[in-house]
Ligand binder design. Sequence first.
Ligand SMILES: [Zn+2]
Ligand SMILES: [Zn+2]
Length: 115
Amino acid sequence: MPPGERHETCLLCAAERITPWYHEDDVCWIADCEICATPMVVWRWHGTDVPMDDHRHMMDRLAAVAGEVFDGHYVDDNMRNIPDHYHAHARPRGGFFGHGFRRSTPAGNGDGEGS
Ligand SMILES: [Zn+2]
Ligand SMILES: [Zn+2]
């Protein structure tokens, strides 16, 4: 059965533009996650059974957006809040955004917490 279903009560299906959108196409859209304030790619269709091509497409698009937002990032596709609709966050490498994220020590010397 092809994708195409949308759920009335699903936040991601509703796709409310409450945060800035970076990207939108036939497969996915990318916006700042309301909760984490990091870019998040969301599949157009309700479900987690994402075809390989769509998945690759989403990872490409997310990487492009994240590359402009962060110096380095990793993809977190752990769907804690909405487990039945595929989405993935790009998070800054080295920490959660807003929770200790900073580029204080560029090289070596991992312990920069003086005094
Ligand atoms: Zn989030
Ligand atoms: Zn949904």
